[in-house]
Structures are given as C-alpha cells and as structure tokens.
Design a protein around this ligand. Structure first.
Ligand code: NAD
Length: 506
C-alpha cells in the first residue's frame, strides 16, 4: 500500500484556513500501515468560540439563508458535482484514514453522497406543512418553516465523509450555519468537504470545521451557549454526555447513536439468501456500522443448516491491503479496536460460546501492524451475554436459535438499542407482523442494510432520536413559526371583552 506524503491541513473558520489556538497538531495514521497520512490542528474550546462567532455572524446577516432559494440549491448541487469530480481522491483519502477496503468505499458510501445532497436541495424546494387558513374568526394564519440558527455537529469515524454530508446537507439546505467536528481519527475527508464547499460558492462562515478531540472540541460544541441545535452521530454513551451538556441553554438535540441489529430468520426463508444477507449485512465496513446485522436469530429446524451456510460464505471473504481493489475486508479503525473485539470473542468462548469461524487477528503479508481481524461467527451463547447485548463494532456475528414467532420478537427486541433490524421469511403475514412488532427505526423484510436518500434513517430507544436522510432530516433543522394576521382592523377586538367587559353599543 503506497501512501503519499502526509498532508498538513488546516481548519475552516469564517472562510479562512486556520491553525488551532493551541498551536498543536495531531497526526492521522493509517490503521493498515501505521504511517502518518495527514496532520490536522488540535482544536480547542477557544477555536469553537471563534467558529461559533463566525457562524452566528453569517446567520444574522443572512448571507446564506437570505439568498434566493434557487441560488442556495445551486450551491448544494454544485457541491454534489464537485464531490463526483473528486470521487477517486476522496475515496483514497478515506481508505488511507479508515483502512476500509477501497472496493467498499468506491462502491458504497462515497458515491452515495452526491445524491444525498441533491435530495436535501430538493427538500428545501418542497416544504410541506399546514396551509394558510382562517383557523380563528377574524384572523388568517400562516405556518413558516425557518432555519434554527447555528447548528453544532459532531461526527463519527466509521463513515467520515458520508456522515459529515448527512450532517451539513440538511442543516445548510434549511439555511442554518454550521460548526462541524469530525472524529479525531478521521478528519481528512471532512476538511476536503470543506474545501469543496468553498469552491461550490458557500459564503464564508456558513460552514466551519473544527478538528480535535471529543472531550475538548465536541464538549465545547455541545455546551456552547450560542449554538441552537447540536447533532451527534456516535456512541450512545457520548449521546448521554452531549444531551447533558446541551441542557445548559436548552438547545435542540439530534442523536444518531449505536445499534445492535437483530436479523430474524424463519425456517421457511430462502436460507441461502438470508445467509448471504447476514454475511454482507454483518461484515459491512468490518462490522463498524451502526445498522450491521449483528444478532442473528434462526428458527430451530433451520439452525444448523444456516450455521453451515454462514461459515461457508464467511470463509470466502478475502482480507487484505485496503488499497487493493480485490480486497473484500480491510482493517478496523485501530489496533485498540482490534484488541477490544478480540476481548469480546475470547470472553464469549470462555463462557461456552461455539466459535463457528474466525475469532483472531488476521495477518496480511506486507502489513504486519495492520488492524485486521477475521470475520467471526459465534453461536450458542446466552441472550444476556455481553456479546449479544453490547455493541462490539467489529466483524462478529452472534447466532442463537428460536422456536416460535413470539419468542423471536421477544429476543430481537431484548436490547437497549432500536436502530434497525430485519426479518427473513416467505410468509408475507409473518413478515408484516414482525415488521410491526420489531421496536426499531428501520425494519427490512428479506434484506438488510439498503438505504435511500429519500427514506428516513434513525433509531428508537438508546439508539437516539431524530432522523437522517429524507425530508424528515431536513425538517429536523427547521423550526415552525405561526404568523397570525388580524383581518378586521377593529381597534377593539371581539375577544377584548375578557378584559374590559362588553364593548359599548355602536
Ligand atoms: P464516539 O461517540 O466515540 O465519537 C463520535 C463523535 O463524538 C466523535 O467526533 C468524538 O470525537 C465525539 N465525542 C466523543 N466524546 C465526546 C464528548 N464527551 N463530548 C462531545 N463529543 C464527543 O463514536 P465513534 O466511535 O466515533 O463512532 C462509532 C459509534 O457511532 C457507534 O456507536 C455507532 O453505532 C455509532 N453510529 C451511529 C450511526 C447512526 O446513524 N445511528 C451511524 C454511524 C455510527
């Protein structure tokens, strides 16, 4: 894997590319080679203050939200086209900082992003709401949908570029100003996004990007008194901290958090399709996906057959150099994450789980320090074991049997998470009953993972609240204002009798 000399990138504040007030820099390393692939400023709370001030000024003087709507949409559409122009560069940068296979990045999330942005531009042009009408005698009412103000946004490392776009897309389309923080391990493509936004014609100060740690920059955003909405995609524990910090000025909170998706296979399902679906849906992005199929429940008559299929398809996966187009699975985000995943697997096996396949670090020739882990299937553990209940965020599937439909739903819903799940059956009534009973923000029937720009994505329970993608996401970045116009022109209104008694005759 060849890596170009590390790029030194600056933060974007008020339309300027700036260093941090700390004067410190952070190295970004490839999880495959351990080499430094970029260097970014280590931002501070003071940098967040600067960015918020720039965002506030841009909001208040209306340089963005006050623009003619077609012009604003044209900027977002231009940004989508610039992303398409530089797709290969963005993919290479993403592979370098995340270690994910290039095949995946170039076919999955990065090419999806331009359509996400175009959808947001379309949402801005198709506001929906109640019609203006006379809801009260003597008045006409209008419902206005307005931008909220300054949006503080905190993104994760698993899909750094796409998550950044899912954050800024709806916020900008609705006319807000943004202060965005990428994950500290994966800031490079977000800064590239900032450069493209400038090139697309976004006015200075409307999008600000501050790099740095969650504890410092993320917390400063969440607790900032001049931010009006904070949005996080990240771990549920981080969501709790952000919500607490956000309470100081009662800012709005939008949380896209962890997941532990159930994958329920009834005995009548197309078992090969389901097993392929579990492998593709479970090991996507090396399992570092909040919607990944992690908890597989299989109806008992099909259990052993299904495990055999799962083992076969899993063992076909080629782990290798992320930059090699024939590689199916690259690294995890870091060696620390590999050790964490390994700990889950070892403790599960020690507690009696059956190791169907995988279970150890993987060695890739030429990349001795790479954070590789074998795709792993564990079976026969208990429902309350930590590997069934906690988000591992690595390539590990757990498989358990069930007997009845009721039991399957109970097991699937027995989690603190509620992001996504799927059910596999040829019986439409079983599928639809399960879709209704499953307590998750997205339920697939006979598939697992596909998203579209036009459909909402977001969780229930401790997976958070608020939606990404679709018009629902756009709505999250707007506030509703009621404007009421008095129609009679009378000095003394009909309802004034509540203060002064009846109006004098004539
Ligand atoms: P994380 O919570 O560790 O970090 C997410 C972001 O929060 C980072 O930018 C981080 O720097 C920041 N952060 C960390 N501590 C903070 C604090 N105290 N205050 C403010 N900000 C803080 O999550 P991660 O490890 O980067 O990402 C993986 C997690 O994200 C998983 O739990 C995954 O399920 C979740 N995720 C959810 C979705 C979704 O749509 N629901 C999508 C992708 C990832």
């Amino acid at each position: 894997m060849s890596i170009a000399a590390p790029t030194e990138l600056r933060m974007l504040i008020g339309g300027e590319w700036v260093e941090s007030s700390s004067g410190q820099w952070t190295d970004v390393r490839s999880p495959a080679t351990g080499q430094v692939v970029g260097r970014v400023p280590r931002g501070t709370a003071a940098d967040v203050d600067r960015a918020v001030a720039a965002a506030r000024e841009a909001f208040d003087d209306q340089r963005w939200r006050g623009q003619w709507l077609p012009m604003r949409c044209a900027v977002l559409e231009r940004l989508a086209s610039l992303i398409e122009r530089d797709l290969d560069e963005i993919v290479a940068l993403e592979v370098a900082q995340t270690g994910t296979a290039i095949k995946f990045r170039s076919a999955n999330d990065i090419p999806f992003v331009p359509d996400n942005l175009r959808q947001m531009a379309a949402s801005a042009r198709h506001l929906d709401g109640k019609a203006a009408a006379e809801y009260s005698t003597d008045h006409t009412s209008m419902i206005r949908r307005e931008p909220i103000g300054v949006a503080g946004q905190v993104a994760p490392w698993n899909y750094p570029f796409m998550m950044a776009v899912w954050k800024i897309g709806p916020a900008l389309a609705a006319g807000n100003s943004v202060v965005l923080k990428p994950a500290s391990t994966t800031p490079l493509t977000t800064l590239k996004l900032g450069a493209l936004a400038v090139e697309a014609g976004l006015p200075p100060g409307v999008l600000n990007i501050v790099t740095g740690t969650g504890d410092e920059v993320g917390a400063a955003i969440a607790g900032h008194m001049d931010i009006d909405i904070v949005s996080l995609t990240g771990d549920s524990a981080t969501g709790v901290k952000i919500q607490q910090l956000a309470a100081n000025n009662l800012k709005r909170v939008h949380l896209e958090l962890g997941g532990k998706a159930p994958f329920v296979v009834f005995a009548d399902a197309d078992l090969e399709a389901a097993a392929r679906g579990a492998v593709a849906g479970g090991f996507i992005n090396a399992g570092q996906d909040c919607t990944a199929a992690t908890r597989i429940y299989v109806q008992r008559p099909a259990y052993e057959t299904f495990l055999g299929l799962l083992k076969g398809f899993t063992e076909e996966i080629r782990i290798g150099d992320p930059a090699d187009p024939s590689t199916d699975l690259g690294t995890l985000i870091s060696g620390t994450q590999v050790a964490r995943v390994q700990g889950f697997v070892e403790r599960a096996v020690a507690a009696g789980a059956r190791l169907v396949t995988g279970g150890a670090r993987a060695q890739v020739p030429g990349l001795p320090d790479g954070a590789f882990f074998q795709p792993t299937v564990l079976a026969d553990m208990t429902q309350d074991s930590e590997c069934v209940q906690q988000e591992i965020f690595g390539p590990v599937l757990t498989v358990l049997p069930f007997d009845t439909e009721d039991e399957a739903i109970k097991l699937a819903n027995d989690t603190r998470y509620g992001l996504a799940g799927s059910v596999w059956t040829k019986d439409i009534q079983v599928g639809m009953r399960a879709a209704k009973a499953l307590d998750f923000g997205t339920v697939w029937i006979n598939d697992h993972l596909p998203l579209s720009s036009d459909t909402p994505h977001g969780g229930f329970k401790q997976s958070g609240f608020g939606k990404d993608l679709s018009g629902y996401s756009f709505d999250e970045y707007t506030r509703i204002k009621h404007v009421m116009v008095e129609l009679t022109g009378a000095t003394r209104k009909g309802w004034h009798h509540q203060i002064w008694g009846d109006a004098p005759e004539g």
